[in-house]
Write a protein that binds this ligand. Structure first.
Ligand code: GLP
Length: 249
């Protein structure tokens, strides 16, 4: 496990952009695992600017998003498909037919199984980008999700509904269910980069990195991955005792 702590959120975000660009430079046919959430917005901004300014091409790549809300239409502005289109896909040359998100058809269980099979067929994912919930969730794998799960339908925890309510007009509009890659799916990626910024992530980061490997903190499953990097700003890393060991100036 590698831990990198940057003085600011902007520096941490830029470090993640550089890792993704390095992956695409090293293998232009990379399969990227993508994440949503406020934390990732600057990462997509950085990738778009690399595409526009230095001609970085994603034309040979494919992408798999971690998760998608259920009970919203795909073109609802709060769907993760809409997020990805407006914040990334519309601005780069990643072929649209190779930008995969779980589909929200009439049979979510079947969609989840199809998505898992597609990841196995097109993948493995070369670099999986992850954020983290304040309760330690990754994707929508909430606390107590077994580490052996593959892509599945899940209920959002009350804490996650609360945290994600800021994107909706009313809290009661936040979907209660989602399809998410499972923890085993996430761990099948060749490498994982988790980005966390802000003090509100500090206790989840502490539990993920230093706590026991337990289903109470889904992100602690990453302790068992052979190539995982936690990229943090100083606030997200502030609960770790030996911060100076990982500080990057
Ligand atoms: C959502 C997503 C996660 C994301 C998390 C944190 O619930 N399903 O993939 O990591 O929230 O989001 P934010 O970056 O907005 O704090």
């Amino acid at each position: 496990m590698k831990i990198e702590i940057y003085p600011t959120a902007a520096a941490a975000e830029q470090a993640v952009v550089s890792k993704i660009l390095a992956q695409v430079a090293q293998n232009p046919q990379s399969v990227l695992g993508l994440a949503t959430g406020g934390t990732m917005e600057a990462v997509y901004g950085g990738l778009i600017s690399a595409h526009e300014r230095t001609g970085t091409s994603f034309a040979g790549c494919a992408s798999f998003n971690l998760d998608e809300y259920l009970d919203l239409s795909a073109n609802d502005p709060n769907s993760y498909r809409s997020y990805m289109e407006s914040k990334f896909f519309d601005h780069v040359d990643l072929p649209r037919d190779r930008c995969y998100l779980p589909d929200v058809g009439p049979d979510p269980e079947a969609s989840a199984a199809r998505y898992e099979n597609l990841i196995r067929e097109v993948g493995p994912v070369d670099l999986q980008l992850l954020g983290i919930g304040g309760n330690g969730h990754i994707g929508f794998n909430e606390p107590l999700t077994p580490f052996s799960t593959t892509t599945h339908v899940t209920d959002l925890s009350p804490k996650t509904i609360e945290a994600n309510a800021r994107y909706f007009v009313h809290k009661n509009e936040v979907p209660r269910r989602a399809i998410t890659m499972g923890i085993a799916t996430i761990l099948s990626a060749r490498s994982v980069v988790l980005l966390a910024t802000g003090r509100q992530k500090a206790s989840a980061i502490l539990a993920a990195i230093k706590g026991p490997k337990t289903e109470r903190c889904p992100a602690s499953a990453l302790q068992g991955h052979e190539s995982v990097t936690f990229v943090l700003d100083s606030l997200a890393g502030s609960a770790l005792e030996d911060v100076s060991l990982y500080a990057i100036s």
